[in-house]
Design a protein. Structure first.
Length: 585
């Protein structure tokens, strides 16, 4: 075996493998350098998603020619004056971004100090190919052309210019949110995409996030143990199929940290379906000594000294805000419900027309058209109650009947309320179980004859392993041979239930949650699965008394405005909207 020192070009190429994954990561490094250089304006130009050209210009400190040469060398940085790597506040500190990028592209670095003339250095795949004077305003301009052109192994993994452009846009958005005090512009293929003036963080976030968050967002501001969390999150009913609009920052550094993403998820547990994702921009500020940013070459992950405290702050803070919002909405007007119900869209759907181009946001129309269509399509299994009694002032009104054996129609003082009975009941069962669990007193119902359920061995192992937690929720299970489970009692809140179905769902649930979730999170997921089994199904005819009981319970139950999957459990059609439907207004 012969050991040799690698040549610098190769070392840079290897580093580039970690730091420069695609155009967006090179772009991120360049913009971070501009911000570290004290720029107040950063201009980005891209061609073909950054594959042909990434150019970043700033009005920051600039460099003299010697500094420029040094900047292109590995492990050369101006950012750790006292070698205090545990107290870094700059984006960069590793001194490897520029040489890494220069090793896999054609890079032109131009820079000018305030008091001097400009200089230019051109580098092709680590080799300096030219130097000379350059004309530019004070600051720095870096051009990266033909990234990975000579690195076929990398090129293979690049996506289309469109996809690369999307990733670049995302990188710029993240940094622009992190530093709202800086002006940014972005051009792609000669077209101006973004112009952002310096402003405050909330205004910057509002400019860059889904604008629907004005109405579907909740502001966050909480503090604990010297840490502070601020930002905005979406109501559970306003969610997305992909987690692409989650912007997380630690001490102003954009991160994609698993702990933080997990905590965000945890806060929405059972408010949102597992394949749906909230929108969020969250800024976490922690004392510098409590976080290590030097754990990932691209600096997108961090390590906290006390991860449990961080998780606690995020889950606790967001949950509190979500709960407050939902309490408010049940007592008065559900924030999301009125938009879910858009009169024009419903009217168009009923008449089988294209929706008029009027105000409803696309999301509201989709939900409404589908629901309305269903009301009209299904055979009317409605029963009516004569509206003789005066309407008492219950927020969700008095049940008047049931439609399609699925929806309860109620009359409230200010309009017509439609409730999805299954979704609502599922939520109530979950909240009941949770309340009981919190009081450590889950009512259980012993089975007259213990039930033996045959299951495969891994599933039996899973249930056996969770037996004591399940017992705490009123579900008593015991191992009964290698491939069977004996069930002695079920939670009373469930009523009569399909025990084998419940067990197999639970086993699947436990298998899926096997990872790093806390016990509490797991219990909540399991409780949600149990709740679904205990709920009145769509399609069951309810008596008026049953319907009213359900409405009254919803009014006093926290979070009852959304089902366990984040859809609304009820919508209200106000008198004014009904009048509009009939052209009276
Ligand atoms: N736009 C810029 N304006 C002024 N100086 C710059 C600029 N870009 C880079 N530099 C200088 O070049 C040095 C090297 O940059 P490079 O990005 O390679 O390393 P870094 O930012 O120090 O650390 P990291 O590798 O973590 O980003 C920086 O420390 C800085 O002094
Ligand atoms: Mg850098």
């Amino acid at each position: 075996m012969s050991i040799r020192r690698l040549p610098p070009e190769l070392i840079n190429r290897i580093a580039a493998g970690e730091v420069v994954e695609r155009p967006a990561s090179a772009l991120k490094e360049l913009v971070e350098n501009s911000l570290d250089a004290g720029a107040s304006e950063v201009a980005v130009r891209l061609h073909a998603g950054g594959l042909e050209l990434i150019e970043v210009s700033d009005d920051g400190s600039g460099m003299d020619p010697d500094e420029m040469r040094l900047a292109l060398e590995r492990h050369a940085t101006s950012k750790l004056p006292s070698d205090a790597i545990d107290r870094v506040t700059s984006f960069g500190f590793r001194g490897e971004a520029l040489p890494s990028i220069a090793s896999v592209s054609h890079l032109t670095l131009e820079s000018r100090l305030r008091s001097a003339d400009g200089w230019r250095i051109e580098v092709d795949h680590s080799a300096t190919i030219g130097e000379g004077p350059a004309a530019l305003p004070p600051g720095t301009r870096i051009k990266v052309e033909r990234l990975f052109d000579k690195v076929p192994a990398r090129r293979k993994f690049l996506r289309s210019p469109r996809a690369e452009y999307a990733a670049c846009l995302d990188a710029v958005k993240r940094l622009a949110m992190a530093r709202s005090d800086i002006g940014f512009s972005l051009d792609h293929d000669g077209r101006r995409i973004l112009t952002l003036r310096p402003t405050e963080a909330p205004a910057r976030v509002a400019e860059l996030l889904a604008h629907e968050l004005d109405r579907h967002g909740i502001g966050i501001d909480c503090e604990r143990d010297g840490m502070r969390l601020t930002g905005v999150i979406s109501l559970p009913t306003f969610n997305r199929g992909v987690a692409d609009q989650q912007y997380l920052f630690v001490n102003s550094r954009p991160v994609k940290d698993r702990l933080l993403v997990g905590a965000l998820r945890g806060a929405y547990r059972d408010l949102i379906a597992r394949d749906r994702h909230p929108i969020a921009a969250l800024f976490l500020d922690v004392p510098l000594e409590d976080v290590d940013v030097n754990v990932h070459p691209a600096k997108t992950e961090v390590r906290f000294r006390d991860p449990t405290a961080v998780r606690g702050l995020i889950v606790g803070g967001l949950r509190h805000a979500l709960d407050e919002e939902s309490q408010r909405s049940v007592a008065h007007e559900q924030a999301a419900a009125p938009v879910m119900w858009t009169t024009s869209a419903m009217y168009d759907a009923a008449l089988n027309r294209q929706p008029s181009p009027s105000p409803a946001p696309a999301f509201a129309q989709m939900a409404t058209v589908a629901e309305a269509q269903r009301l009209f399509d299904e055979a009317p299994a409605a029963r009516a109650e004569p509206a003789v009694e005066p309407v008492p002032t219950f927020p969700l009104g008095v049940a008047r009947g049931q439609v399609a054996a699925t929806y309860i129609v109620a009359e409230a003082e200010d309009g017509l309320v439609i409730v999805d009975q299954h979704a609502a009941h599922e939520r109530l069962v979950l909240e009941r179980m949770r309340a009981m669990r919190e009081g450590e007193n889950v009512a259980r119902q012993a089975l007259l004859m213990p039930e033996v359920v045959e299951m495969d061995e891994p599933d039996c192992d899973r249930l056996e392993g969770a037996a004591s937690e399940l017992g705490g929720m009123g579900l008593e299970v015991e191992r009964f041979g290698p491939t069977a489970i004996l069930v002695r009692a079920v939670p009373a809140a469930l009523g009569k239930t399909d025990v084998p179905g419940l067990l197999s769902d639970l086993a699947a649930e436990i298998a899926e949650l096997g990872g790093p979730l806390s016990l509490r999170d797991k219990l909540d997921h399991v409780a949600a699965t149990i709740a679904c089994h205990g709920s009145v199904r769509a399609g069951r005819t309810l008596s008026v008394a049953e319907m009213n009981a359900l409405l009254r319970e919803m009014e006093v139950t926290p979070r009852s405005g959304q089902c366990n999957h984040g859809r609304p459990t009820w919508v209200k059609l106000g008198h004014a909207e009904i009048e509009k439907l009939f052209g009276r207004k």
